[in-house]
Design a protein around this ligand. Structure first.
Ligand code: ASP
Length: 280
């Protein structure tokens, strides 16, 4: 049983060190909770549990405390993939719900498993998800000052391997901040979140770079074809470099490799792999 979570790339602004420390502390606490949860739950259930805790923490750019798009609205995207059944579900640019990962979880049972915008919101309301305002004071200040154009503020993700050997991955984001309204992030695509019987990956970084390289799917495919997770990731990041891409991943393989890699050293993550590890 293993679990790894990430809090995306932290801000490169003046508050850098404090933000980093606060995120590390939050990640440590959440990965310990996720590991305890994993003892009695599946990888899929654990991923949903951990991502929802990360969404509830305003330090991260997912759920409560997400970044604001250029028209002043917060739109959330999240995806879930069950390696066991190889089903993928997600919501893209949903507004006014607290936990998009929980909406994605509900969608896993349906034929139509990825919904966007108003359709995603209607589905959520029909399934008992009430109104929630994800705006925080901090994000409004950043929005008004148009500060964060180039900052990577912390998408979240979780990958878990359970006692039955099943893998799952989940990713949730508020996007880039100040993007064209309804821009689609990588997070609720198979480029940003992918799992099968061999490996599971959650990405963060510039969504367009992650989509252009099909990053999560590509790494998992290489592991499926017999590569180690480390080698598969390194090769895929060499290809990302060809387009000067900006990304980071967390992953676990069925053989138990727990791995993190990033193109720029600003990603925060934590793993429970027998004992607690916290980085950056
Ligand atoms: N990948 C996310 C996006 O492009 C942002 C991030 O991970 O920081 O929307």
């Amino acid at each position: 049983m293993k679990v790894i979570i990430h809090g995306g790339f932290f801000s490169e602004s003046a508050n850098n060190e404090n933000t980093k420390l606060a995120k590390q502390n939050a990640l440590s606490a959440i990965v310990v909770q996720a590991n305890t949860y994993l003892q009695t739950h599946t990888a899929l259930e654990t991923v949903v549990f951990a991502v929802s805790l990360l969404e509830n923490n305003e330090l991260f750019n997912a759920g409560f405390g997400s970044q604001i798009q250029s028209d002043g609205k917060v739109r959330l995207s999240a995806a879930l993939m069950d390696g066991k059944t190889q089903r993928f579900s997600g919501v893209i640019n949903i507004e006014e719900v607290k936990n998009p990962i929980l909406v994605a979880e509900q969608l896993l049972a349906y034929d139509d498993r990825v919904l966007s915008g108003a359709g995603a919101l209607n589905f959520a309301r029909d399934n008992g998800f009430g109104y929630f305002n994800p705006f925080t004071q901090q994000r409004l200040i950043e929005y008004e000052a148009k500060l964060n154009q180039n900052n990577r503020k912390g998408t979240v993700g979780c990958v878990a391997l359970d006692q039955d050997g099943n893998l799952a991955s989940g990713t949730s984001t508020g996007g880039k901040g100040f993007e064209i309204p309804c821009r689609v992030s990588d997070s609720a695509t198979t480029a940003g979140n992918f799992a099968n019987h061999f490996a599971a990956i959650s990405c963060t970084g510039v969504g367009e770079d992650i989509v252009s390289t099909g990053l999560a799917t590509k790494i998992v495919t290489r592991v499926t074809d017999g590569w180690t997770l480390k080698k598969a990731t390194e090769k895929s990041f060499a290809e990302l470099k060809e387009i000067d891409g900006f990304a980071g991943i967390i992953g676990i393989s069925a053989s138990g490799e727990v791995y993190h890699f990033d193109s720029h050293p600003y990603m925060v993550w934590a793993a429970f792999d027998g004992s607690l590890q916290v980085f950056n």
